[in-house]
Design a protein around this ligand. Sequence first.
Ligand SMILES: Cc1cc2nc3c(=O)[nH]c(=O)nc-3n(C[C@H](O)[C@H](O)[C@H](O)COP(=O)(O)OP(=O)(O)OC[C@H]3O[C@@H](n4cnc5c(N)ncnc54)[C@H](O)[C@@H]3O)c2cc1C
Length: 384
Amino acid sequence: MEKTADVVIIGGGIIGVSIAYHLALKKAGKVLLLEKGQLGEGSTSRCVGGIRTQFSTGINILFSLESIKAFERFEEEFGINPEFKRIGYLFLATTELEIEVFKTNVKLQRRFGIPVELLNPDEMKALWPYLRVDDILGGTFCPWDGYAGPSEVLSGFVSGAKRAGVRIYEGTEVMGIALKRDRVNSVKTNKEEIDVPIVVNAAGPFASSVGEMAGIKIPVKPLRRQIFITAPFHLTDQTIPLTIDFHRGWYFRQEVDGLLLSGPLDSEPSFNLNIDYEAMAEASENAMYRVPVLEKARIARGWAGLYEISPDNHAILGRIPEVEGFILANGFSGHGFQHSPAVGKVIAELISEGKTTTIDIAPLSIERFKKGELIIEPMTAFKE
Ligand SMILES: Cc1cc2nc3c(=O)[nH]c(=O)nc-3n(C[C@H](O)[C@H](O)[C@H](O)COP(=O)(O)OP(=O)(O)OC[C@H]3O[C@@H](n4cnc5c(N)ncnc54)[C@H](O)[C@@H]3O)c2cc1C
């Protein structure tokens, strides 16, 4: 294993591998990616692949639009089909506040040229007859939204990065980061110590423990989300959009022959990856409430994964003033998969050119928490 590098990336999830690929394109020198287990074994392999433009802040919309361009040309660039399926996202509002916020969101999204529609309950019933709409006040639909395959996208970035010269080491845990006069000097691993001036924290839900290695507090908490899949179930011949019952924090979409149902999101941080009966019951109740015919469906399997939540549900990107050479790519709050292409691109720009040109990431700096400049959303953010 190398004993020196120009850049070390800690974490081989979708964010780390995208950064590695984009750095290699920029010819950023010797780039090493270190993953303590196997590539993608963290949140990336537990993610459901959702991609949407329907966000309620301009900065998230910019990351989506830039990333969608990459998903569209992914096969051409990497030779791997990312299985990007534009089934649309349908958000349902059941309270006056929700519908007012949705209307504000639509205005914002349309300013970015996004073709989002505001629908009334009758229009929704006509389009998706299986939905219960008697308590719905309205909804929004955007055909640009959909989902892609996390493992396909991961493989694309990994093979692209390797082809461009990045060296990837699995089973290599970073145990410490040594500083010299407030600059990154080396990383200690369970194998070698590597002299390196630039380290990228791409450790997903483990971001804060990697931050501590450099003496930095990164406000990212791991929160468990459970997901369930039904046995094969035929709901309709039409395309089913990813449908979000906003008030219940529940969503569903087609998954091969069955349906994917979201389970609850924990309120207390933990690294627990178990699924439980209560969560399955809650997912089933939400499903039967919104789509009554799902009473006949049977849950076949499920899994749990960790979101990496920041205090304002927005990513934490870029440098930190206290430690030169320590770069953050953390806190994606459930949106890291869909924003990974743009995140890789901007972090590579920051490292190789000293500034970002694709998207201004200043609003996502960790400094915002100290300055009290959190990004405010009109309502608690939806998380896939
Ligand atoms: C149930 C669920 C559904 C989701 N659905 C969506 C969705 O629809 N759309 C969307 O955009 N996002 C979704 N997400 C969020 C998405 O999965 C994450 O935002 C994304 O995977 C984060 O990628 P990452 O590379 O930062 O983290 P990870 O994939 O967790 O990768 C971090 C890696 O760092 C490694 N690591 C940690 N510490 C060290 C160390 N000290 N040394 C070496 N390696 C280390 C870990 O082993 C891990 O592999 C979902 C998440 C969950 C849990």
